[in-house]
Design a protein around this ligand. Structure first.
Ligand SMILES: C[S@@+](CC[C@H](N)C(=O)[O-])C[C@H]1O[C@@H](n2cnc3c(N)ncnc32)[C@H](O)[C@@H]1O
Length: 239
């Protein structure tokens, strides 16, 4: 997806980027490629693929949810900033917190935020299991996002403790989503949420399947979750 197609695809969804935002995406791409030479941030480095598979793919969440409001978002396992930083560029009023367990990625994100002059962003080097137990962050976010981090039953335990009651947990996944849905139903219910909507669509140009699962947090998450770091992955919550 070249830049023109990217801009046009967003316009088709009612999203118009100004010059500053276009430049922020360009600078994001350059920083990603430059830093990727010193550390492993992404396997995707050619410009058209970055625009399609990282930038456009991240923004697809805004085709199904209203980001044009002052939401506080926590992006769990954002790596090089996906999906929350492309969303932040498009919707500058968002307050974004990223938690990732790899320190070098947090170092990159701090550099990037300075370069792109992003405000209201905070980056934490931590495991989501620990972060979700910290009262400063627990059940504080209007929305918790995660793209390509873990299977849904595991992801729920990382993300739902951080989601406010009344807020949303947004899981962005590939084709595996439908197989994981049923398996995750026990965990999401136990942790206080319910599937509100599920959207399946295909990325333009390469036609690969994407899924966005939107969970509504109805009740507080029981205090014992998340369990200690590593356990959600090792032993996902099942019936
Ligand atoms: C496959 S990458 C995906 C990155 C990004 N979300 C994207 O879509 O490009 C998964 C990321 O999740 C982070 N991660 C995995 N488990 C985590 C945990 N328990 N707590 C915080 N971060 C975690 C990893 O460090 C990595 O950066």
């Amino acid at each position: 997806m070249n830049k023109e197609t990217f801009l046009k695809a967003l316009q088709d969804q009612g999203i118009e980027l100004n010059d500053k935002q276009e430049k922020q995406f360009h600078d994001y791409f350059e920083a990603l490629v430059e830093w990727n030479e010193k550390m492993n941030l992404t396997a995707i480095t050619d410009e058209e693929s970055v625009y399609l598979k990282h930038f456009y793919d991240s923004i697809t969440a805004a085709f199904y949810l209203d980001f044009d409001q002052p939401l506080s978002i926590c992006d769990v396992g954002a790596g090089a900033g996906f999906p929350s930083l492309p969303l932040k560029i498009v919707f500058p009023q968002l307050k974004v917190t990223i938690v990732d367990s790899l320190k070098k990625r947090i170092t990159f994100l701090n550099h990037l935020a300075t370069k792109l002059e992003l405000d209201d962003v905070a980056f934490y080097h931590d495991r989501a299991e620990n972060f979700g137990k910290n009262q400063q962050f627990r059940e504080q976010y209007d929305m918790v996002t995660a793209r390509a981090v873990a299977r849904l039953s595991v992801l729920s335990e990382l993300c739902l403790p951080l989601t406010k009651v009344g807020g949303k947990f947004v899981a962005m996944k590939g084709a595996s989503f439908k197989d994981e849905l049923e398996d995750a139903a026990f965990a999401t219910s136990l942790l206080g949420a319910e599937l509100e909507k599920h959207h399946t669509f295909y990325l333009p140009e390469e036609d690969s399947e994407r899924n966005i699962g939107i969970y509504h947090k109805r009740r507080k998450t029981p205090k014992k979750y998340p369990r200690k770091a590593g356990l959600p992955n090792k032993s996902p919550l099942t019936q």
